[in-house]
Structures are given as structure tokens and as C-alpha cells.
Design a protein around this ligand. Sequence first.
Ligand SMILES: *Cc1c(COP(=O)(O)O)cnc(C)c1O
Length: 400
Amino acid sequence: MSTRENLFPTYAPPPINFVKGEGVWLTDDRGDKYLDFISGISVNTLGHAHPDLVKALTVQANKLWHLSNMFDVPGQQELADKYCSASFADRVFFANSGSEAVELTLKTARRYHYDRGDEKRIKIIGFDGSFHGRTYAAVNASGNPKYLKGFGPRLPGYVQLPFGDHDALQVEMDDTVAAVIIEPVQGEGGLRPVPGQCLQGLRKLCDEHGALLIYDEVQCGAGRTGKLFAHQWFENAQPDLIACAKGVGGGFPLGFTMATEAVGKVMVPGTHGSTYGGNALAMAVGLAVFEYLGDPEFYKHLNSVAAEFEAGLENMAQQKYPDMIEGVRGKGLLIGLKLKVPNMDVRTIARDDHHFLIGTAGDNVIRMAPALNVTHDECKQALTKLDDVFAQMKSAAKTG
Ligand SMILES: *Cc1c(COP(=O)(O)O)cnc(C)c1O
């Protein structure tokens, strides 16, 4: 492991040097293989080095990388058209990351009301346990004290309510609300899916109060839950604005904000911009990823693999290790376990002793987000490895 003395000490990675990836497998500099079930935190939609994405990127790299938005960038309208055709949206703004995509949903919501002469509507209601990214507006929208501490006063107009507290929401909804922002499946907060009737209720409540509804699908979108967007599992639960990133670029930095016509049209020239956003390389890869995400056949395989994987996890939780596992959390291939033993220990043992890479999330959850084209066999191998981890911890607890 090389020294990291010139890097901001924001991260403390383990001493492993990965040098190559292929599908759901990573290889380190000693030739050891690891089964990757976290995919760069829900990013590598088609696994590492998918040939279609490598080709799209290299073909484009030989033609044109960057123009800035001073000029019409090849691929932008085509990719925007595809995502709009497959969703509630009419307008897209391309950015590079989830935080930027979230930031623009918040700006657009306030600007929408401002344009209608309703300048007092600046309140953004969010929920405890949410994660919306690390920019100023994003940390204020999620309200996690850990991410706000030491960075000066909070931005005005951001309110967080307890997750699932309908009464608190009723009280907070007034004529100063610009928008409600929610992840249809909380990722970071512990893989908590919001029930369909709650999203429908939120939609209704926002309509009644003239507020906009924002979904942060940075993590749960891009096919992760078995539909292109997680909210699409439910009727009558469409947002006005949505933030997307992570999986839509399949590993290349790409994020975007989508909106209805009525909302998106307020962002006229001068209101927002991005130098890199929507660059030709990102568009080429985004289009190649959408070849899969836009194909209904892709979801048949995904949903069958996800169902089998979930059944395996349920078996572990209910039959084999009920003393260590509280239950299965998440949806589709954004799935994990809420544990009774420390999640960090499980993650570390999985990585170091079983070469199985998983993540953690809030609420003592282990988080898995394998490539969406993961095979039944790879999922079986993952279940075996996870079983081995719990068996090892169980026997260590006995002898220890
Ligand atoms: C990861 C994430 C973000 C932030 O995305 P970045 O690309 O890291 O800026 C925002 N919202 C959710 C739900 C996320 O999971």
C-alpha cells in the first residue's frame, strides 16, 4: 500500500491494491480475486469493464471529449429523450454527480415558486436518515448532524422530520413549503423502502399544499430495485423533480436532474450551469448503459436473480442465523441485512477472510448492490461466502 500522506484524510481504505476488474470480480496486485457485491457503491451497473461500455467510451474518446455547454454536445438530446420517454419527466439537466443533481432539484424547486411570485416558499422538508450528498445544500437537506458539524450555520429553510411520522408532516406542510425531498428507498440510512401508499400520500399532500415533490433516486434509481426508477413500482406516485446519478453512468461520472415541463422550464439561461456536465464521454457511456436499463428483458433476469438472492438472505436471517441477523432490508439488488452483531465486523471479515466485498449502511445494516447483470451462480457464491462469514463469527463467539 502506498502512503496517502498527500491526500485529504477523509478516507481510510484497507491496504488492498486493486488493479483490475471484470464483471463482479476485482483482482489485486497479488493476483487475489474478490467478489464485488458493492459495485463502487451501487455504481457499476454492468460490472467492471463491460465490453459495451469500454467500446462506447473508447470510440468517443477518439472523436471528441469536451466542448462545454457553450455548444450543443453530441448525445445530450438523445439520452435526455430516452430517459424522458421512460419516465414522468420532460426536461433533463446533465451534471457529473449525485450531489450536483440533488442541488439542482432544490434550486429548481425554489425558483419555480419564485417565478410564480410566491417568494416565501423556500422551505424544503426532508427526513431523518436520508442522504442527499455532500454539497452545502445536500447536507442541509439531509440534516445529518455528522455531516453538518463545523461547517458554519445551517442554511435557512431546511427542515427534517422523523422517517414515517405522518403527523409531523401534516403540521409542517404550510404555504411556505417549496418541496419535500425523499429517497424512495433510503440507501445510506439503512436500506429502508418507503411504502407505496406513503409515496402516494406524499404526492397528494404536496398537491394539496402547492408544494413540489422531489425524489432522490441517486442510489435506488438506474434499475437498482428492478425497475428503471424505484417509484415506478407504484401508480400515482410520480415526482415533479428527480435526482439521478450513480448507476446511470455505469462507473463513468454522470448525474442528472429531471423535471416535468412546468417545473423544468423555469431554469432559463443564466439560472444554472456546469462546465463538465453532459460532456461527450459521459453521454456516450450513458447511452450504452441505457441500452440495458431501457430494455424490459433486462429486468426479467434482474428480478429473478434478485428474488433468488433475497430468498437466500431470508433463509439465513430466519433459519440459520436468527441470533445474528434481525432481518432482510432493501429492495431488488439494493439489499442487505439488519444485524444483531456489528455490521463493520461482518464487512471486515467478509473482505479480509472471504474476499467478499460488501458495504455498510445506517441502522447496523450491511449493504449489497452487485452489478445488475450478476448471474444466479455469482449470487449463490455470494450467499455461500456470507454464510461462511456468519458461521466463522458464530464459532469464534463460542470459543471466544
Ligand atoms: C450517493 C448519493 C448521493 C450523492 O452522490 P455523489 O455522486 O456522491 O455526489 C445523493 N443521494 C443519494 C441517495 C446517494 O446515495
